[in-house]
Design a protein around this ligand. Structure first.
Ligand SMILES: [Ca+2]
Length: 451
């Protein structure tokens, strides 16, 4: 009897397993990715490729391209879920706010919608769903309601801590990944992770067993508080106890670096950080220092408030592109012998440290450098392989997994060739250009494009 019942029980388990397998939509995801897009006013700063002495994109538009690129390797995955967040202050948004998905109707497949704590996710089930997600990111980039406005208040530290609290309090044990697109500029956090800036913040956080260890940063700086939250990821922020009061901090149960690393690994958290900034050649810095009579242009008015509210060094440099665009003819001849980064060293170091803060974390510096030439000049538009005919072979190169959505910079030669729009990225715009010049130069009939 006992054995027969056991067999029946095992059979029932098998049936349950088969049921779950038949409806993977109901299974928890293996990784939860929170895309955090810095939507504050400084993201409107001209950036990207330069043409005739003027940056032709913005940090915001570059951040959308970078976000797609950061997740490109997941295109065919069936077990990864995504949510998209922004942060800014004023215009009814104070800190981290989720913008997608907001309901199951937003997901490519409604059944793949998950709500976990205060977080909502859509799981993508293969390439078609993933394309829906990247199209959504493009739509967010172009949406006037989502585009940063001329408001420079940047609650960066509070937003990062809020995001970590959102995720840590959800109890997700699977991989947790933050994709973070930002240009820094913390200047208004007033809540849990408020603190004076550490102007000498190191580019890597270092462990010591000291009770008042701040990973090499100054005590109670906002950078140190973000690190406290990350390194005590699974401790509740209730009443700010983890990050706001040194005496109340919950110490990690370790006194050695290896044990500490093991705790970090167990959190299963990664920060994939893209920090966006420009290199300003000398003429731009000069234009910034001595604004011309045209300083009342609308673009400068948009930029001006940050010089009042932003405590960072980068704020002092950010009006430069507007000034340069007014003086583009004189700027065009200038070389970048001694370029100045638009981001302060202490903030760049914070991003660098965050990008290697846990075992899976990554950092990319998305630098608009006027000396960089993107793409290559093909004889025929869209003819990626220079065969003399724009056809499926060119489209196939763009669609290749190690090329599609990638940043088209050295050493990715094939992506550089595929970047027919010459903007530094391989994406839908490149496909569109190939299709716009379809069959040009071809001797034989060409079938319609397979996108
Ligand atoms: Ca391109």
């Amino acid at each position: 009897m006992t054995s027969r019942r056991s067999i029946a029980f095992v059979s029932a388990l098998g049936a349950i397993a088969a049921t779950v397998y038949a409806h993977p939509a109901h299974a928890a995801s293996a990784e939860y990715v929170s895309l955090i897009l810095d939507q504050t006013g400084s993201m409107l700063t001209p950036s990207g490729p330069m043409k005739d002495g003027v940056y032709t994109s913005t940090r915001w538009l570059e951040s959308i391209k970078a976000a797609k690129s950061a997740i490109a390797a997941n295109a065919k995955a069936t077990t990864i879920a995504y949510g998209v967040w922004t942060f800014k202050q004023s215009a009814d948004q104070n800190g981290a706010v989720q913008i997608w998905p907001l309901s199951s109707a937003d997901c490519p497949t409604a059944a793949n919608f998950e709500t976990i704590g205060t977080n909502k996710f859509c799981k993508t089930n293969g390439q078609a769903d993933f394309t829906t997600l990247t199209d959504k990111l493009d739509a967010i980039g172009a949406d006037p309601a989502q585009t940063p406005q001329g408001d420079w208040l940047t609650p960066l530290a509070d937003s990062l801590c809020a995001m970590m609290e959102n995720i840590s309090s959800s109890g997700i044990s699977a991989k947790k990944t933050f994709v973070f697109e930002s240009d820094a500029g913390e200047n208004v956090s007033s809540s849990t992770c408020f603190g004076d800036p550490d102007l000498l913040a190191p580019a890597a956080w270092t462990y010591t067993s000291s009770a008042d260890n701040e990973w090499g940063m100054s005590v109670d700086s906002w950078q140190a508080k973000v690190a406290r939250k990350l390194y005590r990821f699974n401790k509740s922020l209730t009443n700010g106890a983890v990050v706001d009061n040194m005496a109340n901090q919950v110490r990690l149960p370790t006194t050695t670096k290896s044990a500490y690393d093991a705790v970090l690994a167990a959190y299963n958290v990664a920060w994939n950080v893209d920090v966006h900034y420009e290199l300003y050649p000398p003429a731009m810095a000069m234009a910034m220092a001595a604004p011309s009579a045209a300083a009342s242009s609308s673009s400068l008015q948009l930029l001006a408030p940050q010089t009042i509210t932003d405590v960072s060094y980068s704020a002092l440099l950010q009006p430069a592109p507007a000034a340069a665009s007014r003086a583009s003819t004189t700027f065009a001849a200038v070389t970048a012998a001694t370029s100045t980064p638009s981001i302060g060293a202490n903030e760049l170091n914070f991003f660098r440290a965050l990008g290697k803060s846990t075992p899976r974390s990554k950092l990319r510096e998305i630098v608009a450098d006027p000396t960089t030439v993107y793409g290559v000049k093909h004889k025929r538009l869209g003819d990626v392989d220079d065969s003399g005919c724009t056809d499926q072979a060119d489209l196939n190169i763009i669609k290749q997994q190690d090329v599609w959505l990638q940043r088209a910079v050295q050493p990715l030669q094939i992506a550089i060739r595929a970047d027919v729009t010459r903007d530094g990225w391989v994406d839908k715009a490149d496909k569109d250009l190939v299709v716009a010049h379809w069959a040009e130069g071809c001797r034989n009939p060409v079938r319609p494009p397979v996108l």
